[in-house]
Design a protein around this ligand. Structure first.
Ligand SMILES: [Zn+2]
Length: 151
């Protein structure tokens, strides 16, 4: 898919004369090519407009898939943060990625994820304790013996 996008971009680039203003171009209907090296862009190489992405692409896709669409971008952002935390990415890194100045804010917003991580950690801890207790009786006599054998 990305290869198709890149191919279409190359075709557009070849068809259009480069805009002399480049990234600084603010003309809404400029027809030149803007070499901004974006992965997804308009036919002129300019950045996509947030509202167009939302209304033309994201909302129809959500509706088609039966997903909630009203806060789709926000939900995707929140989903992204939740998945990162669930997979063990440090809170500070997630906060930086989401543009939060204070990781404490991230911790409050994603408290549900952090709580479930704490529950998972408690479950692992309980399993380790159980495993240690079931192994100890068979390990101890050998250790004691080893210590006595080499005073
Ligand atoms: Zn231009």
């Amino acid at each position: 898919m990305l290869r198709d996008v890149r191919m279409r971009q190359n075709e557009e680039r070849a068809r259009r004369a480069p805009c002399t203003d480049g990234a600084a171009c603010r003309r809404q209907h400029c027809d030149g090519w803007h070499a901004l090296d974006l992965v997804f862009c308009q036919r002129t190489g300019k950045p996509l407009h947030e509202n167009n992405v939302r209304n033309r692409d994201l909302y129809p896709l959500c509706k088609k898939l039966g997903l909630p669409w009203r806060r789709a971008l926000h939900n995707m952002r929140h989903g992204h943060g939740s998945h990162l935390l669930e997979r063990g990415v440090p809170l500070r890194t997630v906060a930086e990625r989401l543009g939060h100045k204070d990781p404490a804010f991230t911790a409050r917003v994603y408290a549900h994820v952090i709580r479930s991580q704490a529950q998972a950690a408690a479950a692992v801890s309980a399993m380790l304790k159980e495993a240690r207790e079931s192994l100890l009786p068979s390990c101890y006599p050998q250790r004691e013996g080893a210590i006595r054998a080499n005073p």
